[in-house]
Design a binder for this molecule. Structure first.
Ligand code: SF4
Length: 371
């Protein structure tokens, strides 16, 4: 494998948000030695994979967790075996996730010196009581200060994450959040619908399907009116600022994930795998010189075909008409067109794509097409 993109997972957070299902450890559950332990373990894993990166990387993504809690010197030491400075070009997108409570101007400048050229910040909501309900440790004011600092540190490419479908959130809240966020020079917005397991204490308070649909359609309209392209189900970008790293995921490119719980995909090996989701199991394996893989899946032709469909339906590029390769699929596609869920692509006559309503109801499209 020669991965064109690299993901690194930093598993520490200030506090564990109760809706979060990423592998992350809140400060209340970390020991003082964990950060040092992780730096050494990550260094060991980097040594194991150092020769599996492409000579020129398309993208690097520091995710988590909250990578902005890790000091830049610790990152530099851990990643040294990868020799990233030789693999980064002026075209490489290097993103770091951050949270408003852990971005100071000086530390942001130090990440820029490392090579980070894009920040993705988890704002999630712009009302203090909603942030509290979500278990976030930051306030609206802290988010505003952080956005200011990102600009002042010289980042010209930055994204924010917003949640919709939060119990108690209204269309007016979303509207005012998007007004405030787009008053900063943001280039990208990811807006995810809050999903919770049935057992979660807030599950019963989630908005009804019709309200969720209304919120998603409103966000689509508002962001388009601000000059953003709705290029993926949950993502909007100013022209030319689509997330290169995520496009590698969505277009079936190769990526290597390092750190606990990180995923990797190699199209040439037709395989995906995932690292163990435990800091200590991870450290133990790499300490023994073993790759810390929890599972690996070798993909069949049918699985690759299914993935191709699922990925194509996520993006506004859509899919070629030739994929509707049976009378049954053609008939279903005609029904979806009549229902306003898919449409001919306005730029490419040989393609179809989901409409904004189709993006909001993409599960229905997938089911109908029988994918
Ligand atoms: S800050 Fe992000 S990664 Fe950390 S617990 Fe909250 S949602 Fe999860």
């Amino acid at each position: 494998m020669k991965a064109e993109s690299l993901y690194i997972h930093f598993p520490f957070c200030e506090s564990k948000c109760h809706y979060c299902d990423f592998y992350s450890i809140g400060r209340e559950k970390t020991k003082t030695t964990d950060a040092d332990f992780y730096e050494k373990a990550l260094h060991a894993e980097c040594e194991l994979w150092a020769d599996q990166l492409a000579p020129r990387l398309k993208s690097i993504f520091f995710g988590g967790g909250t990578p902005s809690m890790t000091p830049v010197e610790s990152m530099r030491r851990a990643l040294e075996p990868l020799k990233l400075s030789n693999k980064v070009t002026s075209e490489t997108e290097w993103t770091m996730e951050a949270n408003p409570s852990s971005v100071e101007l000086e530390s942001l400048k130090s990440y820029r010196d490392l090579g980070v050229n894009r920040v993705s910040m988890g704002v999630q909501a712009m009302r203090d009581d909603l942030l509290l309900r979500l278990g976030r440790v930051h306030s609206r004011d802290a988010a505003l200060r952080a956005l200011e600092n990102i600009s002042r540190a010289g980042f010209t490419n930055f994204s924010v994450d917003l949640l919709c479908g939060v119990p108690g959130q209204t269309i007016e809240d979303l509207s005012s959040a998007m007004e405030v966020l787009t008053s900063f020079p943001i280039t990208h917005l990811s807006c995810y619908l809050l999903t919770l397991p049935k057992t979660h204490r807030m599950f019963r308070e989630l908005p009804k399907d019709d309200d969720q649909l209304a919120h998603l359609l409103f966000i689509d309209e508002k962001m388009r009116s601000k000059g953003f392209r709705h290029y993926e189900i949950s993502n909007f970008a100013k022209p030319g600022f689509e997330a290169k790293h995520n496009l590698v995921y969505w277009q079936g490119g190769s990526y290597l994930g390092l750190g606990p719980s990180a995923h990797s995909f190699s199209p040439t090996d037709r395989a995906r795998w995932k690292n163990v989701s435990s800091l200590h199991a991870y450290g133990k394996k790499v300490g023994l010189g073993e790759k810390p893989i929890e599972w690996r899946e070798d993909l069949t032709d049918e699985q690759l075909d299914l993935e191709r469909w699922m990925l194509a339906l996520r993006l506004d590029q859509g899919f070629p008409r030739t994929w509707l390769d049976s009378p049954a699929r053609l008939q279903k596609a005609a029904g979806l067109t009549t229902a306003g869920l898919i449409e001919p692509h306005p730029e490419f006559t040989d393609r179809l794509r989901l409409t904004p309503r189709g993006f909001a109801l993409s599960d229905q499209v997938i089911q109908t097409l029988g994918i």
